[in-house]
Design a protein around this ligand. Structure first.
Ligand code: NDP
Ligand code: GDR
Length: 343
């Protein structure tokens, strides 16, 4: 039997790990690009490891970086994937204000390096680009595939370039290349400095008596939070469609950071007002006030419907963080997260 082969950039990230799981469960041979680091950065996919010498191994990792276009050409020529999922990015909005040039290089130019590598390798492959609701920025909700973009950060500006260059390669070279415009999606594997995970980790630590306060920025912003495991299914469906088209994935439910705090703390019998303090370090020079997506098109054309919204996620993630804290090793403590200049 000829297995379908997929290449995932950003496989060590939240979405990459869920997508790898999904594709392996569908019988794909999965290849992932990882960055060389002085310590291992594969904790989200370690549970998928099978010794590559074994015949049943179907997950393979390769060193590479989106800043290295020649490497991308080599990898694509060697692997010859049927599907490419470009999930790699400097994905933190606040950090993009500190590192705008690096963000442009990875989150923006990295995309054209990969698209160009597909073209130069001369392979027939379907390409998924991780676009984002941050593209809408200052344009008020509800937002769908026809809503005008108004990026509000170096991250969003870089993703805007990636959105358009993906569309351009589709039109110019007749490539099956699509943008998934995904609204925020979270999980117990979410990076520790994104707001949901920061809150649910703090709730677990405060409940366990290991911490008293958590410092936050703007808690009035509204986000449409969904569950990452459901969103990777939507990515895959976009590449199985007959025609290459762009799709919004969202729940359609928007809540404030304040409400997320309230649900998360109340879930363990605490009051968020007793534990949350303000620190301007977490404010953004330009904020995105409200994102609430309209996923009608994905429902109609892909049959994709999310079942978990932000209110349920808050509880699910608190429970997972309490379990992770109890399990001990691997828990990153508050000193690392709040005292070392993280954002
Ligand atoms: P993460 O930040 O969890 O993961 C990012 C991944 O990109 C990591 O695997 C990281 O590797 C890798 N990476 C970063 N820089 C490079 C580089 N220069 N070369 C190669 N790999 C690199 O992101 P998510 O999983 O949350 O998101 C996946 C994608 O979807 C991102 O592009 C993000 O911008 C986008 N997106 C995310 C949304 C969300 O709510 N999660 C919503 C909409 C879009 P390492 O582990 O080594 O750091
Ligand atoms: P976002 O996610 O910027 O929407 O980008 P994040 O969780 O970082 O922020 C959401 C909202 O919470 C406010 N906020 C704080 N945010 C963080 N990180 N830390 C804080 O202490 C804090 N206090 C308040 C923010 O100001 C913001 O309004 C995410 C990323 O995954 C992107 O890659 C992706 O494209 C978008 O979601 C869709």
């Amino acid at each position: 039997m000829n297995l379908k082969r997929a290449l995932i950039t950003g496989i060590t990230g939240q979405d990459g790990s869920y997508l790898a799981e999904l594709l392996l469960s569908k019988g794909y041979e999965v290849h992932g690009i990882i960055r060389r680091a002085s310590t291992f950065n594969t904790s989200r996919i370690d549970h998928l490891y099978v010794d590559p010498h074994e015949e049943r191994a179907s997950l393979f990792l390769h060193y590479g970086d989106l800043s290295d276009g020649a490497r991308m050409v080599t990898l694509l020529s060697e692997i010859q994937p049927d599907e490419v999922y470009n999930l790699a990015a400097q994905s933190h909005v606040r950090v993009s204000f500190d590192e705008p040039e690096h963000t442009a290089d990875t989150t923006g130019t990295g995309t054209v390096r990969l698209l160009e590598a597909v073209r130069l390798a001369g392979i027939d492959t379907k390409y998924y680009q991780a676009s984002t609701s941050e593209l809408y920025g200052a344009t008020p909700p509800p937002q769908n595939e026809t809503t005008p973009f108004y990026p509000r950060s170096p991250y969003a500006a870089a993703k805007l370039y990636s959105y358009w260059i993906t569309k351009n390669y589709r039109e110019a070279y007749d490539m099956f290349a699509v943008n998934g415009i995904l609204f925020n999606h979270e999980s117990p594997r979410r990076g520790e400095t994104f707001v949901t995970r920061k809150i649910t980790r703090a709730v677990a630590a405060i409940k366990a008596g290991k911490q008293e306060h958590v410092y936050m920025g703007n808690i009035d912003s509204i986000r449409d939070w969904g569950y990452a495991a459901e969103y990777v299914e939507g990515m895959w469906r976009m590449l199985q469609a007959d025609e290459p088209e762009d799709f919004v994935l969202a729940t359609g439910v928007g809540i404030t950071v304040r409400e997320f705090l309230d649900i998360a703390f109340s879930h363990v019998g605490l009051h968020w007002e007793d534990h949350v303090r303000f620190d301007e370090r977490y404010l953004r020079p330009t904020e995105v006030d409200a994102l609430i997506g309209d996923p009608t098109k994905a429902g109609q054309k892909l049959g994709w419907t999310p079942t978990i919204d932000g209110r349920e996620l808050a509880k699910l993630m608190v429970d997972a963080d309490i379990e992770a804290l109890d399990a001990g090793p691997g828990w990153i403590d508050k000193v690392k997260l709040e005292s070392w200049g993280t954002k």
